[in-house]
Ligand binder design. Structure first.
Ligand SMILES: Nc1nc2c(ncn2[C@@H]2O[C@H](COP(=O)(O)OP(=O)(O)OP(=O)(O)O)[C@@H](O)[C@H]2O)c(=O)[nH]1
Ligand SMILES: [Mg+2]
Length: 404
């Protein structure tokens, strides 16, 4: 399952975002370092389901279909706030960084209202420096990768004598989800392709780590607390510094409030939609009314959305380039062997082929693979066909294999 980690300084709203995305109840407070162990949960990424286009009523099994939108589960980790020098192990930093190692992509939350001081305490909005906050956390992650390489330098040197440097480095970094093409890309960017690792200077290892980090951990910056004053100015600064494509604006607190109100039946709200409906105005307390007004005025009218669902979708579909692919057994009915229509959907990487899809469904399906068919057209798909978003595919296997 795709895994996202939420990282950032203390008190920026990581756990609020985690709770909003998962609707679990992890502890939130305005004290620094509230979260002491990583929290694990399930969130969802979503896009329009193919059931609408096909005009069928589906029976989702591994996902959910709500009002024509298909929601696919992803794993989400709330990593406790990182301190300066976390990479040396300070404040359990190593343990938290290894939680980041498990992630396919990161949501880096930053307090856009600039209301966190150096020690992580909440202070006057505008007094902090969000751009610097982001750079500090990135530096900790780069130093962590750098340290893993430095610590294993002798082993990497021995391995690269036998094979080559990219495979030797991949072997050392595989625990933090690194693949060989990513190492090759970072070596190129750092101009270190030809240089034996035994002769790398510490600053060269750091430069390699700096180039590798965004490749192995695509990151969306989440400018949070956008409902507070000053946040607009800081959002501009973050966008100037990191580019539009990588910065999203959010109010985690607003999203959490809306999802909780929806759960308790006060309003009707689908995550990612820009509107909600109060079910019975008369049932709201004065406080609840005030909170809803605040969210409408400070968040929804301004940004059209609270930002959380959008961020999860951007990570999966834009930064990780995932496509939603529906495997079926009966291409005419779009169903599995039990008659469930469009039962499953899988997130497949941009370069995935039908055999990769077969492997994702079941290893037996891949072993007995004969060919794949596009369920919409009935046409056979070439073996090296790159699966596309919203494809519906039937995998044909040798007789004994089951197709689901
Ligand atoms: N105004 C506003 N406050 C927020 C928002 N998101 C979180 N907060 C508040 O910020 C404070 C810190 O939130 P947490 O979610 O505990 O922050 P954290 O990053 O998990 O903090 P640590 O676990 O201590 O590292 C709490 O008082 C939240 O209510 C938001 O979007 N707007
Ligand atoms: Mg927390």
């Amino acid at each position: 399952m795709l895994t996202f980690a939420i990282v950032g300084k203390t008190n920026v709203g990581k756990t609020t975002l985690f709770n909003a995305a998962t609707l679990l109840n992890a502890e939130i407070s305005n004290y620094p370092f509230t979260t002491k162990e990583p929290n694990f949960g399930t969130a969802y990424v979503c896009d329009i389901c193919v059931c609408q286009e096909l005009g069928v009523e589906d029976n989702p099994q591994n996902s959910a279909c709500i009002e024509g939108w298909r929601y696919i589960p992803v794993r989400i980790i709330d990593v406790p706030g990182l301190l300066k020098d976390a990479w040396t192990g300070r404040g359990l930093g190593n343990r938290f960084l290894s939680a980041i190692g498990q992630a396919d992509a990161l949501i880096h939350v930053v307090d856009a209202s600039g209301s966190i001081d150096e020690e992580g305490n909440i202070s006057r909005p505008g007094s902090g420096n969000p751009v610097q906050d982001v750079m500090d956390i990135e530096m900790e992650m780069e130093l962590w990768i750098c340290h893993i390489i430095e610590r294993n330098k002798q082993q990497i040197t021995r391995d690269s004598d036998k094979k080559n440097i990219e495979e030797a480095l991949t072997k050392t970094l595989t625990g933090i989800k690194t693949r060989t093409p990513q190492v090759i890309q970072a070596l190129k960017l750092s101009d270190l392709e030809e240089k034996p690792i035994s002769r790398w200077r510490p600053e060269e290892t750091l430069d390699f780590s700096h180039n590798l980090l965004p490749i192995i951990k695509p990151t969306l910056l989440m400018a949070n607390k956008m409902d507070l004053p000053i946040a607009d100015d800081n959002l501009e600064k973050l966008i100037d510094y990191y580019s539009h494509a990588l910065v999203a604006a959010s109010s985690a607190e607003a999203e959490l409030a809306l999802r909780l109100a929806d759960k308790s039946g006060l309003i009707e709200y689908s995550p990612g939609q820009e509107k909600f409906r109060v079910i019975d105005e008369a049932k709201l307390t004065i406080e609840q009314k005030k909170a809803i007004d605040y969210i409408e005025q400070r968040v929804l009218y301004k940004f059209m959305r609270t930002g959380i669902q959008q961020a999860l979708n951007t990570l999966a579909f834009k930064l990780l380039k995932m496509n939603m692919v529906y495997p079926v057994s009966d291409e005419a009915k779009y169903s599995d062997n039990h008659g469930n229509i469009l039962p499953d959907v899988h997130l497949m990487h941009d370069d995935a082929t039908p055999i990769d899809l077969a492997r994702t469904v079941h290893s037996r399906l891949a072993e007995n693979y004969i060919l794949a068919v596009d369920a919409r057209t009935g046409l056979r798909l070439p073996k090296d066909y790159a699966l596309r978003h919203r494809d519906i595919v039937k995998i044909m296997t040798q007789k004994r294999a089951k197709s689901r």
